[in-house]
Write a protein that binds this ligand. Sequence first.
Ligand code: ATR
Length: 280
Amino acid sequence: MTDKYAVIGNPVEHSKSPEIHAAFARQTRQDISYERVLAPIDTEDGFSKTVDRLIAQGYKGANVTVPFKYSAFLKTSKRDTPRAEFARAINTLSFCNGEISGDNTDGVGLVTDISKNLGFDIKGKKVLLVGAGGAAFGVLGPLREQSPMQLIISNRTFAKAEEAAKILAPLAKLRADDTEVLAKCFEELNGCSFDLVINATSSSLNDELPAIPDSVFAPGALAYDMMYGRETPFMKFARTHGAQVADGLGMLVEQAAEAFFIWRGVRPDTAPVIAQLRSA
Ligand code: ATR
């Protein structure tokens, strides 16, 4: 029997997840269906009721996208990993024996894209994460686990960067390495340079550029925008200042691959799927 999955969001019609999971399923010969499900945002329990309906209809799991990742966190009775607990956001739900468990695969998707697909080893490097909203929280834990030399969190609203650094700092003690985790405001970045600069803000959605100085790009730095679909102002800015540039398409496919692995226990080959989406 075909196992049913879905992506829940609002809006959701733009989601590439059905295409990605269909490609994974063909490749690994898994008998699944995967569709888009629009959940209402005008009622408080719209997301929760949507999940309940999917469970009643026999779905095995669902991905969750904007704006429901925190609602999904609240809906789960069990979080599969510390990364999901830290992110306080869930993008992968599994429904099994009446229990709803959840994980966040965004961070591992980002790290896999950077390390495996782009060949950039984060260990020992100076890393700047720009942004301290939901998207940033989703990736901070897994980024930290790569043991960069420095992980600086910078945000337009400084208090949010400080909060993120405060929550993340105790992980350093647990891991017994000496990653320096610090919050800085944009002005404090003047004169600082980094090997890897990640844009985790939503500025690109409005064709805006976070007000970071151009000094942040060390020679040969990698500049990564978690958005995809077009060259963003951040990517243009980084390219102009000598950085190598990547968008978030690889992250999108890698986070989906991790979700597919959680559900099906098989790891799809992501390279042909990334290539297929790039050429489309
Ligand atoms: P998401 O889930 O996409 O992270 P969010 O939680 O609303 O959305 O967070 C948006 C992030 O983008 C925040 O870090 C926000 O900065 P503020 O905390 O100061 O609002 C950041 N952001 C959005 N537009 C920005 C811009 N034009 N310049 C700099 N930062 C921006």
